[in-house]
Design a protein around this ligand. Sequence first.
Ligand code: GLN
Length: 488
Amino acid sequence: MTAPLHFQSIAELSEHLAARRISSVELTQAVIARTKAVESRVHAFNSFDEPDALAQAAASDSRRAGGQSCGALDGIPIGLKDVIAVSGQPLTASSKMLANFVSPYNATVTESLQGAGAVLHGRLNCDEFAMGSSTENSAFGPAHNPWDLTRTPGGSSGGSAAALAAGAAIATLGSDTGGSIRQPAALCGLVGLKPTYGLISRFGLIAYASSLDQIGPFARTVEDAAIVLGAIAGHDPRDSTSFKTEIPDYRAELKRRRGPWKLGIPEEYFGAGLDPEVGAAVEKAIAFYKAQGCEIREVSLPHTHYCLDAYYVIATAEASSNLARYDGIRYGHRSREAKDVLDVYQKSRAEGFGDEVKRRIILGTYVLSSGYYDAYYLRAQKVRTLIRQDFLNAYREVDALITPTSPLPAFKLGEKSADPLAMYLCDIYTIGVNLAGLPALSLPCGFTAGGLPIGLQLIGQPFREADLLATAHAYEQAHDWHTKFASL
Ligand code: GLN
């Protein structure tokens, strides 16, 4: 039985569009209808603009009718995390600070998707300024996991994951600073790819921690992730950290690169704190690769236990600097209570930012302050080098690493929101990848007895996304997890 339109993949839908079995307007209407049916329960969207989406869809249909050649994304509804700028649309970062802000320009990824003909549908909920692992830090209220509405979809890109898992988009974009694409992908049963630092332009992405942030796709299948990645990857002169590198045809390479691969199991990623059902599902995936003839080796990433500490020094330091721009003067929230200019700064920031954002600004300002800079920030940067070196050493022996994505399946909303440290521990397996600048993806590898999705993380080598995707594709094609959908 074929899935309803809103649950189909880009690969399937693009064929229907090409064969004129459906139009983009019909598809977009179906996705909008689904969005309206589920949104009051899932709360994945900060906003969506129905007339605008339908106008984009109509434009796609007339391109096709006019005989223009249309790529796989032409006419496909794609949602963007509300930290990615779309000209003329709200851009809030799920913060009161930007609650009334409308973006005057496009992010580079937005232009790339528009250039590929995608229908940009909606601004997706997230933790405020992408800080968090559950969307509970959103100033507009949390998103809910479509597999169990009492649970979190993960975060910070939880709305991007929830929308896709609920059928309210065909693919989405998120951003990943310490796990914000991979962890929600794992908790919602999706593919989520965090590309190599520098592969995708950050121009027009609201900055959280600039040396760690990277935009990437959420998709139903590895092939769909490859399609979206191909559309957004590449050098951009407007982002000096974007890298000049050849962009392969990721989709075509999926079928060309077949392994067997040498896969490393980092012993530090299977210790205390790992949920037994998650551990068992990942072990099964490892056994699958072994049965395919892959060589499986234990490796060690000895500085793993410093990842969280280094991350929360570096990320908060960069956040404190990046968020200094929200001062109530040029844009964003301005306090009505302010009497003088100092008051404008202080009251606007006090009223505009939520607790977690303030906590990080305070911590980040502290670790950068003179007298403490060497002890914290500089030291964390040195530790970061050691962490990257661990991975590069492992890659002398293996092609990629296999780990769980998240130590736990989706947890209950409210369960961790009062305990920042418990929340920070959700990213224990994802953060090292950002510190090292590597590509990694999460893909579904099973369900708990209670029906919650489990994610497998594959970590690859810099700029070798094509290999990473092919490794994931080999697993996906031999399993049917991606054909299961949340019922709601
Ligand atoms: N949960 C991590 C944090 O709160 C990662 C967030 C992210 O990747 N944006 O910083």
